[in-house]
Design a protein around this ligand. Structure first.
Ligand SMILES: NC(=O)c1ccc[n+]([C@@H]2O[C@H](COP(=O)([O-])OP(=O)(O)OC[C@H]3O[C@@H](n4cnc5c(N)ncnc54)[C@H](O)[C@@H]3O)[C@@H](O)[C@H]2O)c1
Length: 453
Protein backbone atom coordinates (compact mmCIF):
# COMPACT_ATOMS: atom_id res chain seq x y z
CA UNK A 1 0.00 0.00 0.00
CA UNK A 2 1.39 3.41 -0.87
CA UNK A 3 1.81 5.88 1.98
CA UNK A 4 -0.89 8.21 0.64
CA UNK A 5 -3.45 5.38 0.41
CA UNK A 6 -2.44 4.10 3.82
CA UNK A 7 -3.03 7.46 5.45
CA UNK A 8 -6.32 7.84 3.60
CA UNK A 9 -7.47 4.48 4.94
CA UNK A 10 -6.32 5.52 8.42
CA UNK A 11 -9.36 3.96 10.10
CA UNK A 12 -10.95 4.84 13.40
CA UNK A 13 -7.83 6.37 14.90
CA UNK A 14 -6.74 8.34 11.85
CA UNK A 15 -7.02 12.08 12.39
CA UNK A 16 -10.29 12.66 10.55
CA UNK A 17 -11.67 9.28 11.57
CA UNK A 18 -10.88 9.84 15.23
CA UNK A 19 -12.50 13.26 15.35
CA UNK A 20 -15.59 12.11 13.47
CA UNK A 21 -15.92 8.87 15.44
CA UNK A 22 -15.82 10.78 18.72
CA UNK A 23 -18.07 13.54 17.43
CA UNK A 24 -15.35 15.98 18.55
CA UNK A 25 -14.99 19.41 17.10
CA UNK A 26 -12.10 21.55 18.19
CA UNK A 27 -12.44 25.23 19.03
CA UNK A 28 -10.53 27.45 16.59
CA UNK A 29 -6.85 27.43 17.52
CA UNK A 30 -7.33 24.72 20.17
CA UNK A 31 -6.25 21.23 19.19
CA UNK A 32 -8.44 18.25 20.12
CA UNK A 33 -5.87 16.61 22.41
CA UNK A 34 -6.03 15.84 26.13
CA UNK A 35 -2.41 15.72 27.33
CA UNK A 36 -2.91 12.20 28.73
CA UNK A 37 0.32 10.79 27.27
CA UNK A 38 2.50 13.30 29.12
CA UNK A 39 4.08 11.16 31.85
CA UNK A 40 2.91 7.93 30.33
CA UNK A 41 4.21 4.86 32.16
CA UNK A 42 3.25 1.47 30.74
CA UNK A 43 3.63 -2.14 31.81
CA UNK A 44 7.23 -3.16 32.55
CA UNK A 45 8.84 -5.20 29.78
CA UNK A 46 11.74 -7.14 31.35
CA UNK A 47 12.94 -8.10 27.87
CA UNK A 48 11.82 -5.71 25.14
CA UNK A 49 11.06 -7.45 21.82
CA UNK A 50 12.19 -5.06 19.08
CA UNK A 51 11.18 -5.01 15.40
CA UNK A 52 13.71 -2.92 13.44
CA UNK A 53 12.09 -1.44 10.32
CA UNK A 54 14.32 0.17 7.71
CA UNK A 55 17.74 -1.47 7.56
CA UNK A 56 19.83 1.17 5.82
CA UNK A 57 22.53 3.34 7.37
CA UNK A 58 20.60 4.16 10.52
CA UNK A 59 18.80 0.85 11.02
CA UNK A 60 22.04 -1.12 10.91
CA UNK A 61 23.69 1.46 13.21
CA UNK A 62 20.93 1.16 15.80
CA UNK A 63 21.17 -2.66 15.68
CA UNK A 64 24.79 -2.18 16.79
CA UNK A 65 23.56 0.06 19.63
CA UNK A 66 21.20 -2.71 20.79
CA UNK A 67 23.85 -5.41 20.95
CA UNK A 68 24.95 -4.82 24.54
CA UNK A 69 21.35 -4.50 25.74
CA UNK A 70 20.51 -7.80 24.03
CA UNK A 71 23.50 -9.62 25.53
CA UNK A 72 22.46 -8.37 29.00
CA UNK A 73 18.95 -9.79 28.50
CA UNK A 74 17.25 -6.35 28.40
CA UNK A 75 16.09 -6.67 24.77
CA UNK A 76 15.76 -9.07 21.87
CA UNK A 77 15.57 -8.17 18.17
CA UNK A 78 12.67 -10.35 17.05
CA UNK A 79 12.21 -9.02 13.52
CA UNK A 80 14.13 -7.08 10.90
CA UNK A 81 12.25 -5.56 7.99
CA UNK A 82 13.10 -3.69 4.79
CA UNK A 83 11.63 -3.51 1.31
CA UNK A 84 15.11 -4.38 0.02
CA UNK A 85 15.60 -8.15 0.57
CA UNK A 86 19.41 -7.84 0.39
CA UNK A 87 19.36 -5.48 3.37
CA UNK A 88 17.10 -7.87 5.29
CA UNK A 89 19.55 -10.70 4.65
CA UNK A 90 22.48 -8.53 5.78
CA UNK A 91 20.63 -7.50 8.97
CA UNK A 92 19.72 -11.10 9.84
CA UNK A 93 23.44 -11.95 9.68
CA UNK A 94 24.34 -8.87 11.73
CA UNK A 95 21.86 -9.78 14.48
CA UNK A 96 22.56 -13.53 14.38
CA UNK A 97 26.16 -12.76 15.36
CA UNK A 98 24.99 -11.92 18.91
CA UNK A 99 21.53 -13.51 19.42
CA UNK A 100 19.00 -15.91 17.88
CA UNK A 101 18.32 -15.01 14.22
CA UNK A 102 15.35 -12.63 13.99
CA UNK A 103 12.35 -13.08 11.68
CA UNK A 104 13.14 -11.66 8.22
CA UNK A 105 10.39 -9.51 6.73
CA UNK A 106 9.81 -7.30 3.70
CA UNK A 107 6.28 -6.19 4.69
CA UNK A 108 6.37 -3.70 7.58
CA UNK A 109 2.74 -4.36 8.51
CA UNK A 110 3.76 -7.92 9.40
CA UNK A 111 6.43 -6.56 11.73
CA UNK A 112 4.21 -4.20 13.76
CA UNK A 113 2.10 -6.94 15.38
CA UNK A 114 2.10 -7.76 19.11
CA UNK A 115 2.82 -11.38 18.25
CA UNK A 116 6.14 -10.17 16.84
CA UNK A 117 7.34 -7.24 18.96
CA UNK A 118 6.71 -4.79 21.82
CA UNK A 119 8.55 -1.92 20.14
CA UNK A 120 8.67 -0.78 16.52
CA UNK A 121 12.05 0.85 15.87
CA UNK A 122 11.41 2.92 12.73
CA UNK A 123 14.49 3.82 10.68
CA UNK A 124 12.91 4.36 7.27
CA UNK A 125 12.76 7.46 5.02
CA UNK A 126 10.77 10.35 6.53
CA UNK A 127 7.54 9.66 4.65
CA UNK A 128 7.08 6.38 6.51
CA UNK A 129 7.70 7.51 10.08
CA UNK A 130 4.16 8.61 10.90
CA UNK A 131 2.16 5.82 9.22
CA UNK A 132 4.39 3.15 10.77
CA UNK A 133 4.23 4.72 14.25
CA UNK A 134 0.44 5.09 14.02
CA UNK A 135 -0.07 1.49 12.97
CA UNK A 136 2.33 0.20 15.62
CA UNK A 137 0.39 2.03 18.36
CA UNK A 138 -2.99 0.93 17.02
CA UNK A 139 -1.73 -2.65 17.16
CA UNK A 140 -0.61 -2.27 20.78
CA UNK A 141 3.13 -1.73 20.24
CA UNK A 142 5.24 1.19 21.40
CA UNK A 143 6.73 3.27 18.61
CA UNK A 144 10.24 4.76 18.46
CA UNK A 145 10.96 6.68 15.29
CA UNK A 146 13.94 8.31 13.72
CA UNK A 147 13.83 12.06 13.13
CA UNK A 148 11.66 13.88 12.18
CA UNK A 149 8.71 11.82 13.39
CA UNK A 150 6.31 13.91 11.22
CA UNK A 151 6.62 16.60 8.57
CA UNK A 152 3.00 17.66 8.14
CA UNK A 153 0.74 19.16 10.78
CA UNK A 154 -1.91 16.49 10.14
CA UNK A 155 0.63 13.76 10.86
CA UNK A 156 1.84 15.58 13.99
CA UNK A 157 -1.68 15.78 15.41
CA UNK A 158 -2.52 12.19 14.47
CA UNK A 159 0.53 10.97 16.41
CA UNK A 160 -0.49 12.79 19.58
CA UNK A 161 -4.12 11.71 19.34
CA UNK A 162 -3.18 8.10 18.69
CA UNK A 163 -0.67 7.99 21.57
CA UNK A 164 -3.37 9.43 23.85
CA UNK A 165 -6.10 7.06 22.59
CA UNK A 166 -3.93 3.93 22.73
CA UNK A 167 -1.79 4.91 25.76
CA UNK A 168 1.31 3.61 23.98
CA UNK A 169 4.70 5.27 23.99
CA UNK A 170 5.57 7.21 20.87
CA UNK A 171 9.09 8.61 21.10
CA UNK A 172 11.21 10.38 18.53
CA UNK A 173 14.80 9.23 18.82
CA UNK A 174 16.60 12.57 19.12
CA UNK A 175 20.10 11.35 19.84
CA UNK A 176 21.65 14.84 20.13
CA UNK A 177 19.87 15.29 23.48
CA UNK A 178 22.17 12.53 24.75
CA UNK A 179 25.53 13.99 23.68
CA UNK A 180 28.09 14.72 26.40
CA UNK A 181 28.40 18.44 25.57
CA UNK A 182 24.63 18.96 25.53
CA UNK A 183 24.06 16.98 28.75
CA UNK A 184 26.88 18.92 30.46
CA UNK A 185 25.32 22.21 29.39
CA UNK A 186 21.97 21.07 30.78
CA UNK A 187 23.65 20.40 34.12
CA UNK A 188 25.32 23.84 34.15
CA UNK A 189 21.99 25.46 33.31
CA UNK A 190 20.17 23.55 36.06
CA UNK A 191 22.85 24.52 38.58
CA UNK A 192 22.52 28.20 37.71
CA UNK A 193 25.81 28.81 35.85
CA UNK A 194 23.94 30.56 33.01
CA UNK A 195 21.69 32.72 35.21
CA UNK A 196 18.51 33.62 33.33
CA UNK A 197 18.40 32.04 29.87
CA UNK A 198 17.38 34.42 27.09
CA UNK A 199 18.44 33.15 23.66
CA UNK A 200 19.85 30.14 21.80
CA UNK A 201 21.15 29.46 18.30
CA UNK A 202 21.13 25.97 16.90
CA UNK A 203 21.28 24.27 13.54
CA UNK A 204 21.78 21.30 11.30
CA UNK A 205 24.58 22.35 8.95
CA UNK A 206 25.82 19.23 7.17
CA UNK A 207 26.96 19.02 3.58
CA UNK A 208 24.91 16.06 2.29
CA UNK A 209 25.33 16.73 -1.44
CA UNK A 210 27.54 13.70 -2.11
CA UNK A 211 25.26 11.42 -0.07
CA UNK A 212 22.06 12.75 -1.67
CA UNK A 213 23.48 12.33 -5.19
CA UNK A 214 24.98 8.90 -4.55
CA UNK A 215 22.79 6.24 -6.22
CA UNK A 216 22.82 3.83 -3.28
CA UNK A 217 23.62 5.72 -0.04
CA UNK A 218 19.97 6.68 0.56
CA UNK A 219 17.64 3.99 -0.84
CA UNK A 220 16.14 5.27 -4.09
CA UNK A 221 17.66 8.71 -3.33
CA UNK A 222 14.67 9.41 -1.02
CA UNK A 223 16.33 12.37 0.67
CA UNK A 224 17.05 14.26 -2.55
CA UNK A 225 13.35 14.09 -3.47
CA UNK A 226 12.39 16.13 -0.39
CA UNK A 227 14.70 18.93 -1.57
CA UNK A 228 12.98 18.93 -4.95
CA UNK A 229 9.53 19.24 -3.39
CA UNK A 230 9.79 21.30 -0.20
CA UNK A 231 11.30 24.57 1.03
CA UNK A 232 11.87 25.35 4.70
CA UNK A 233 13.69 23.70 7.58
CA UNK A 234 13.47 20.01 6.68
CA UNK A 235 15.55 18.72 9.61
CA UNK A 236 14.79 20.69 12.74
CA UNK A 237 15.30 18.30 15.58
CA UNK A 238 19.07 17.78 16.03
CA UNK A 239 19.52 21.49 16.74
CA UNK A 240 16.19 22.24 18.38
CA UNK A 241 15.89 19.16 20.63
CA UNK A 242 18.79 20.02 22.98
CA UNK A 243 17.75 23.71 23.11
CA UNK A 244 14.22 22.71 24.11
CA UNK A 245 15.81 20.61 26.86
CA UNK A 246 17.86 23.62 28.08
CA UNK A 247 14.81 25.93 27.88
CA UNK A 248 12.36 23.66 29.79
CA UNK A 249 10.14 23.53 26.70
CA UNK A 250 6.99 21.54 27.64
CA UNK A 251 8.26 21.58 31.21
CA UNK A 252 7.21 25.13 32.13
CA UNK A 253 7.68 26.95 28.81
CA UNK A 254 6.68 26.33 25.20
CA UNK A 255 7.32 27.43 21.63
CA UNK A 256 4.66 29.95 20.65
CA UNK A 257 5.41 31.43 17.22
CA UNK A 258 7.98 31.57 14.45
CA UNK A 259 9.05 33.28 11.27
CA UNK A 260 11.16 31.51 8.66
CA UNK A 261 13.15 32.59 5.61
CA UNK A 262 14.98 30.50 3.04
CA UNK A 263 17.87 31.86 1.01
CA UNK A 264 17.94 31.31 -2.73
CA UNK A 265 19.13 27.92 -3.85
CA UNK A 266 22.50 27.38 -5.56
CA UNK A 267 24.83 24.71 -4.20
CA UNK A 268 22.67 21.60 -4.70
CA UNK A 269 21.54 22.51 -8.22
CA UNK A 270 25.15 23.29 -9.19
CA UNK A 271 26.17 19.84 -7.91
CA UNK A 272 23.32 18.23 -9.86
CA UNK A 273 24.25 20.12 -13.02
CA UNK A 274 27.89 19.02 -12.69
CA UNK A 275 26.92 15.36 -12.23
CA UNK A 276 27.78 12.86 -14.96
CA UNK A 277 24.30 11.35 -14.73
CA UNK A 278 21.75 12.83 -17.19
CA UNK A 279 18.85 12.06 -14.79
CA UNK A 280 20.49 14.15 -12.06
CA UNK A 281 21.41 16.94 -14.47
CA UNK A 282 17.75 17.19 -15.40
CA UNK A 283 16.87 17.78 -11.74
CA UNK A 284 19.16 20.82 -11.48
CA UNK A 285 16.39 23.26 -12.36
CA UNK A 286 13.90 21.55 -10.03
CA UNK A 287 15.46 22.10 -6.58
CA UNK A 288 12.91 23.80 -4.35
CA UNK A 289 14.68 23.97 -0.98
CA UNK A 290 16.83 27.07 -0.48
CA UNK A 291 20.46 26.56 0.57
CA UNK A 292 20.13 28.17 4.00
CA UNK A 293 16.90 28.31 5.96
CA UNK A 294 16.78 30.50 9.07
CA UNK A 295 13.86 30.22 11.47
CA UNK A 296 13.31 32.48 14.48
CA UNK A 297 11.17 30.99 17.23
CA UNK A 298 9.66 32.71 20.27
CA UNK A 299 8.75 31.03 23.56
CA UNK A 300 5.97 31.77 26.04
CA UNK A 301 8.43 33.15 28.59
CA UNK A 302 10.04 35.49 26.02
CA UNK A 303 13.15 33.51 25.06
CA UNK A 304 14.21 33.48 21.42
CA UNK A 305 15.74 30.71 19.30
CA UNK A 306 17.52 30.97 15.96
CA UNK A 307 17.33 27.63 14.14
CA UNK A 308 19.17 27.04 10.85
CA UNK A 309 19.16 24.31 8.23
CA UNK A 310 21.61 23.79 5.40
CA UNK A 311 22.55 20.47 3.81
CA UNK A 312 23.58 21.94 0.43
CA UNK A 313 26.67 24.07 1.10
CA UNK A 314 30.16 22.65 1.52
CA UNK A 315 31.32 23.59 5.02
CA UNK A 316 32.26 21.77 8.24
CA UNK A 317 29.47 20.05 10.18
CA UNK A 318 27.92 22.29 12.84
CA UNK A 319 24.92 22.32 15.19
CA UNK A 320 26.01 25.71 16.67
CA UNK A 321 24.79 24.83 20.18
CA UNK A 322 24.91 28.48 21.29
CA UNK A 323 23.22 29.30 24.57
CA UNK A 324 22.97 32.81 26.00
CA UNK A 325 22.14 33.52 29.63
CA UNK A 326 22.51 36.54 31.91
CA UNK A 327 25.60 34.98 33.56
CA UNK A 328 27.24 32.77 30.90
CA UNK A 329 27.42 32.08 27.18
CA UNK A 330 28.30 28.87 25.32
CA UNK A 331 29.22 28.45 21.65
CA UNK A 332 29.71 24.98 20.19
CA UNK A 333 31.98 23.70 17.40
CA UNK A 334 34.34 23.88 19.20
CA UNK A 335 32.85 24.16 22.67
CA UNK A 336 33.65 27.57 24.21
CA UNK A 337 32.38 28.98 27.48
CA UNK A 338 32.29 32.52 28.77
CA UNK A 339 31.37 33.09 32.41
CA UNK A 340 30.31 36.65 33.16
CA UNK A 341 32.02 38.79 35.82
CA UNK A 342 29.41 41.53 35.77
CA UNK A 343 29.63 44.77 33.79
CA UNK A 344 33.32 45.34 33.13
CA UNK A 345 35.68 47.13 30.73
CA UNK A 346 37.84 43.99 30.62
CA UNK A 347 38.34 41.94 27.50
CA UNK A 348 35.49 39.40 27.27
CA UNK A 349 37.50 36.28 26.47
CA UNK A 350 36.40 32.64 26.44
CA UNK A 351 37.58 30.55 29.39
CA UNK A 352 41.01 29.11 28.62
CA UNK A 353 41.40 25.36 28.03
CA UNK A 354 42.28 24.61 31.68
CA UNK A 355 39.30 26.50 33.09
CA UNK A 356 36.97 25.02 30.46
CA UNK A 357 38.14 21.49 31.26
CA UNK A 358 37.57 22.19 34.95
CA UNK A 359 33.98 23.31 34.21
CA UNK A 360 33.38 20.30 31.94
CA UNK A 361 34.53 17.94 34.70
CA UNK A 362 32.60 19.73 37.43
CA UNK A 363 29.35 19.71 35.45
CA UNK A 364 29.68 16.38 33.63
CA UNK A 365 26.16 14.94 33.53
CA UNK A 366 25.81 11.79 35.66
CA UNK A 367 23.99 9.97 32.84
CA UNK A 368 26.92 10.60 30.51
CA UNK A 369 29.58 9.79 33.11
CA UNK A 370 27.84 6.59 34.15
CA UNK A 371 27.38 5.26 30.63
CA UNK A 372 30.63 6.37 29.04
CA UNK A 373 32.61 3.47 30.44
CA UNK A 374 30.02 1.09 29.00
CA UNK A 375 29.80 2.94 25.70
CA UNK A 376 33.57 2.91 25.33
CA UNK A 377 33.54 -0.90 25.36
CA UNK A 378 30.98 -1.15 22.57
CA UNK A 379 29.91 0.35 19.28
CA UNK A 380 29.24 3.94 20.36
CA UNK A 381 27.45 5.67 17.50
CA UNK A 382 28.13 9.40 17.00
CA UNK A 383 30.69 9.55 19.81
CA UNK A 384 28.57 7.73 22.40
CA UNK A 385 25.25 9.55 22.26
CA UNK A 386 23.46 6.84 20.28
CA UNK A 387 24.41 4.21 22.86
CA UNK A 388 23.19 6.40 25.73
CA UNK A 389 19.90 7.08 23.91
CA UNK A 390 19.18 3.40 23.22
CA UNK A 391 20.19 2.44 26.76
CA UNK A 392 17.72 4.94 28.21
CA UNK A 393 14.90 3.86 25.88
CA UNK A 394 15.23 0.14 26.56
CA UNK A 395 15.89 0.49 30.30
CA UNK A 396 12.86 2.77 30.79
CA UNK A 397 10.72 0.20 28.95
CA UNK A 398 12.22 -2.56 31.12
CA UNK A 399 11.29 -0.65 34.28
CA UNK A 400 7.85 0.47 33.09
CA UNK A 401 8.59 4.15 33.77
CA UNK A 402 7.95 7.25 31.63
CA UNK A 403 10.41 7.75 28.77
CA UNK A 404 12.85 10.69 28.81
CA UNK A 405 11.08 12.30 25.85
CA UNK A 406 7.35 12.00 25.22
CA UNK A 407 5.21 12.15 22.10
CA UNK A 408 4.66 15.89 22.60
CA UNK A 409 8.42 16.63 22.47
CA UNK A 410 8.95 14.78 19.21
CA UNK A 411 5.81 16.17 17.61
CA UNK A 412 6.54 19.77 18.63
CA UNK A 413 10.14 19.75 17.38
CA UNK A 414 9.05 18.09 14.13
CA UNK A 415 6.05 20.40 13.61
CA UNK A 416 8.45 23.35 13.55
CA UNK A 417 9.59 21.98 10.17
CA UNK A 418 6.07 22.02 8.73
CA UNK A 419 5.45 25.48 10.22
CA UNK A 420 8.69 26.81 8.73
CA UNK A 421 7.50 25.63 5.29
CA UNK A 422 4.22 27.50 5.88
CA UNK A 423 6.06 30.66 6.87
CA UNK A 424 8.46 30.51 3.91
CA UNK A 425 5.55 29.95 1.50
CA UNK A 426 3.80 32.99 2.97
CA UNK A 427 6.77 35.33 2.49
CA UNK A 428 8.25 34.73 5.96
CA UNK A 429 4.95 35.49 7.70
CA UNK A 430 4.52 34.91 11.42
CA UNK A 431 3.04 31.46 12.18
CA UNK A 432 1.62 30.37 15.54
CA UNK A 433 2.89 27.11 17.03
CA UNK A 434 -0.04 24.88 18.09
CA UNK A 435 -0.22 23.56 21.64
CA UNK A 436 -0.16 19.78 21.35
CA UNK A 437 -0.27 19.29 25.15
CA UNK A 438 -3.70 20.66 26.13
CA UNK A 439 -1.89 23.21 28.32
CA UNK A 440 0.25 20.70 30.20
CA UNK A 441 3.43 22.46 29.02
CA UNK A 442 2.83 24.89 31.91
CA UNK A 443 3.70 22.25 34.53
CA UNK A 444 7.31 22.84 35.60
CA UNK A 445 9.30 19.61 35.94
CA UNK A 446 12.85 18.33 35.66
CA UNK A 447 13.84 16.76 32.40
CA UNK A 448 13.56 12.96 32.14
CA UNK A 449 17.25 12.53 31.30
CA UNK A 450 18.00 13.38 34.95
CA UNK A 451 16.25 10.23 36.17
CA UNK A 452 18.38 7.15 36.81
CA UNK A 453 17.22 3.84 35.30
N1 LIG B 1 19.57 10.44 14.35
C1 LIG B 1 20.58 10.38 13.51
O1 LIG B 1 21.71 10.71 13.84
C2 LIG B 1 20.33 9.87 12.13
C3 LIG B 1 21.41 9.53 11.31
C4 LIG B 1 21.11 9.04 10.03
C5 LIG B 1 19.80 8.91 9.62
N2 LIG B 1 18.79 9.26 10.45
C6 LIG B 1 17.40 9.09 10.05
O2 LIG B 1 17.17 7.70 9.85
C7 LIG B 1 16.25 7.49 8.82
C8 LIG B 1 16.83 6.56 7.77
O3 LIG B 1 17.97 7.17 7.18
P1 LIG B 1 19.09 6.28 6.47
O4 LIG B 1 20.26 7.16 6.28
O5 LIG B 1 19.26 5.01 7.22
O6 LIG B 1 18.40 5.99 5.06
P2 LIG B 1 18.57 4.66 4.19
O7 LIG B 1 18.02 4.95 2.86
O8 LIG B 1 19.98 4.16 4.30
O9 LIG B 1 17.66 3.60 4.97
C9 LIG B 1 16.27 3.62 4.91
C10 LIG B 1 15.83 2.18 4.71
O10 LIG B 1 14.40 2.10 4.78
C11 LIG B 1 13.97 1.17 3.81
N3 LIG B 1 12.56 1.39 3.50
C12 LIG B 1 11.99 2.34 2.71
N4 LIG B 1 10.64 2.22 2.70
C13 LIG B 1 10.36 1.15 3.49
C14 LIG B 1 9.15 0.52 3.84
N5 LIG B 1 7.96 0.94 3.41
N6 LIG B 1 9.21 -0.58 4.66
C15 LIG B 1 10.42 -1.04 5.12
N7 LIG B 1 11.60 -0.46 4.80
C16 LIG B 1 11.57 0.62 4.00
C17 LIG B 1 14.89 1.39 2.63
O11 LIG B 1 14.92 0.29 1.75
C18 LIG B 1 16.21 1.64 3.34
O12 LIG B 1 16.97 0.45 3.49
C19 LIG B 1 15.89 8.87 8.30
O13 LIG B 1 14.73 9.27 8.93
C20 LIG B 1 17.03 9.73 8.74
O14 LIG B 1 16.63 11.07 8.92
C21 LIG B 1 19.04 9.73 11.69
Amino acid sequence: MRRKDFLRAGGALGLGGLLNACGMKSAPGVLPVDGSAFDLACEALPKVRVAVIGLGNRGSGLIDMLQWLVTQGHAEITAVCDINPAKVERAVEQVAAFQKAPAAMTDWEEAVRVEVADLALICTPWEWHTPMALQAMRNGLHAASEVPIAYTLDDALALVQTAEATQRHCIMLENCCYNGEELGLLKMIEEGVFGTLTHAECAYLHDLRALMLDPTYYEDRWRLKHHLQRDGNLYTTHGLGPVCMYFDILRGDTLTHLVSMSSREAALSEALAASAEPGLQAMASAVKCGDVNTTLIGTASGKSIMLQFDTHVGRPYNRLNKVIGSKAVHYGYPSRLYVDHGPTWDWHGWLDEGASAEMRDRYAHPLWTRLQALAAEHEQGHGGMDFVMMYQLIRCLNEGVALDLNVYDGVLWSAVGALSEQSVAAGSARVEVPDYTAGRWREARRHGVNRKV
